[in-house]
Ligand binder design. Structure first.
Ligand code: BTN
Length: 249
């Protein structure tokens, strides 16, 4: 895949606290080129969503962050960034693993019901537009055991193949670039369609924990704002943000 800018500029480290924290320091000190990749072979304080930690065996998996400047994007459209980053990982994995890959709202990547990758997006705004984005990606590549994490999986567990980390990273950068350019071209509808096509449990009746109560509902859509729209069995609609809803895996 030909690439224009994602990963053209790349910094590699053996060890860092968190590639996202490294990226925010760099943005303050000396902002690097658009599409710069910060890759570390291990992290001591990998950060996940909702303040969780991200544990990843050193040298076996990919932990990296990409810096973008999506200054063309209105704040009201910022959820599209979450969609393009998850779609890029989805597109890449669907070539490597036979089982279907799903995006669990907002941006967890699952193989069947098992989590294979996580994304932590951190952005800064200027007026009504985005200024910068740190897209932190943790992809389980060659790790074969996940003690205490029954719902985790890796590319190796799903395919039986050992992957070369740098090749995976380069390939993934190509997919990130393709989806990011789709966004830069303003194809919000195409991105939203692709996202909904691979959205985990879309239209399927299932249980969710909403505001602490168990709700039997089905996912109708994810709104442009990024809110999840659930339909109850009486037809009523419930719109939730990240803090308000939990899935049962
Ligand atoms: C999640 O909770 O699912 C998101 C996990 C994101 C982990 C990645 S690893 C590279 C980057 N640096 C971090 O500290 N976190 C992200």
């Amino acid at each position: 895949m030909t690439r224009l800018f994602v990963g053209q500029n790349r910094y590699n480290l053996d060890h860092v606290d968190s590639t996202n924290s490294w990226a925010s320091r760099l943005l303050l000190e000396n902002p690097p080129a658009d599409g710069t990749v910060l890759w570390s072979r291990s992290q001591s304080q990998g950060r996940g969503q909702r303040g969780n930690q991200w544990h990843s065996n050193p040298l076996q998996n990919l932990t990296f962050s990409v810096i973008f400047y999506p200054r063309f994007l209105a704040v009201s459209r910022q959820f599209a960034l979450s969609q393009v980053v998850s779609l890029a990982i989805h597109d890449f994995l669907q070539h490597k693993v036979a089982e279907p890959i799903w995006i669990k709202w907002p941006n967890d990547i699952l193989v069947d019901r098992r989590k294979i990758a996580g994304i932590l997006l951190e952005n800064s705004l200027k007026g009504n537009f985005l200024e910068s984005l740190i897209a932190g990606i943790g992809l389980n590549v060659n790790q074969a055991e996940f003690l205490g994490l029954p719902h985790a999986t890796s590319m190796k567990l799903e395919s039986g193949v050992n992957f070369q980390l740098e090749e995976v990273l380069n390939d993934l950068c190509g997919h990130l670039e393709k989806r990011y350019l789709q966004l830069r071209a303003g194809d919000y509808a195409g991105i939203a369609d692709a996202y909904h096509n691979v959205l985990f449990q879309k239209d399927q009746w299932s249980n969710y924990r909403v505001h602490g109560d168990v709700l039997h509902a089905r996912i109708r859509e994810v709104e442009n704002s990024g809110r999840l729209l659930l339909e109850r069995n009486n037809g009523g609609l419930v719109s939730c943000d990240l803090k308000e809803v939990e899935f049962f895996l």
